[in-house]
Design a protein around this ligand. Structure first.
Ligand code: NAD
Length: 250
């Protein structure tokens, strides 16, 4: 069955990458593109796609929403999805803990998938990081990440997710990632058009283990967003991760 997609943040880097990637999927149709009113007003037309700044007006045109925007608009679209009883997959990063609590609350009413990194490669690496961290207690851990200069949040959502997986596996508290007391050191760099590089280093007295992921193209995130959206639309209400999707696909 064909899945009709609405994209929030449609005219952004990820929104456009999802549109391009969707053309490789026979069962996916992008039908609604949502963005800020001024951007929509000056945007070129897209064949068979309804451009809007309010998805509520076109709720009969999509089955599920994919959101890649900013935390505030992301929360607004989640609220609309709850009212419309529509599922949503969220790739937006930079949420603070009170905002995550709002997402958890909304997920009691609709299926929500939240993934700070939608690439299959990073999500597979998270499993390895958990295993390495469990066996290497006492090593100094540093996560370095490089992104393009327009990225708003720092450290990246992926770096924080990696740190959380490591801390969960070592049964320690991650705490405030900006605090000097944080058990994991973060190094963030913003360079040109860099799509996203993450490297985790476990440094012992006499050795070092590194796990590195380099994103060469946004299509890897777009592909994950499309696949998880198609998956989450058939799930029960609740908050899902990319790992839940991955485990279901095994
Ligand atoms: N989860 C992942 O795998 C992954 C991958 C890449 C980027 N991201 C995250 O996705 C988000 C978007 O990244 P991007 O590079 O596409 O950013 P971008 O700035 O290129 O695009 C964001 C879009 O959202 C739009 N927007 C802003 N306010 C809006 C509103 N109120 N309603 C509708 N649209 C609105 C902007 O106009 C813009 O077109 C960021 O948080 C980024 O960190 C996540």
């Amino acid at each position: 069955m064909v899945c009709n997609l609405g994209i929030n943040g449609f005219l952004g880097r990820m929104g456009q990458s999802i549109l391009i990637e969707s053309r490789k999927h026979q069962d996916i149709n992008v039908t609604v593109g949502c963005d800020l009113p001024d951007k929509i007003a000056s945007a070129d037309k897209f064949d068979n796609i309804q451009l809007t700044s309010d998805i509520s007006k076109h709720d009969d045109m999509f089955d599920v929403i994919i959101d890649f925007s900013l935390p505030k608009p992301s929360l607004e679209i989640i609220e609309k999805c709850v009212k419309l009883n529509k599922p949503i997959t969220i790739g937006t990063t930079g949420f603070i803990s009170s905002q995550i609590q709002l997402i958890e609350k909304a997920a009691r009413n609709i299926p929500i998938l939240l993934a700070p990194n939608m690439s299959h490669g990073v999500n597979v690496s998270l499993g390895s990081l958990g295993m390495i961290a469990k066996s290497l207690k006492g090593y100094n851990i540093e996560i370095s990440e490089i992104h393009h200069v327009n990225k708003v949040d720092s450290p990246s959502g992926t770096a924080i997710k990696m740190a959380q997986v490591i801390c969960d596996s070592q049964k320690i508290d991650l705490g405030d990632v900006h605090s000097p007391d944080c058990p994991i050191k973060f190094v963030s760099a913003r360079e040109n058009t860099e799509i996203g590089t993450h490297e985790v280093s476990f440094k012992g007295l006499n050795d070092e283990i590194r796990v590195k992921h380099i994103a060469n193209d946004r299509s890897i995130f777009a592909d994950g967003a499309i696949r998880t959206a198609n998956w989450v639309k058939n799930k029960k209400n609740g908050l899902y991760t990319y790992n839940d999707y991955m485990m279901d696909m095994l």
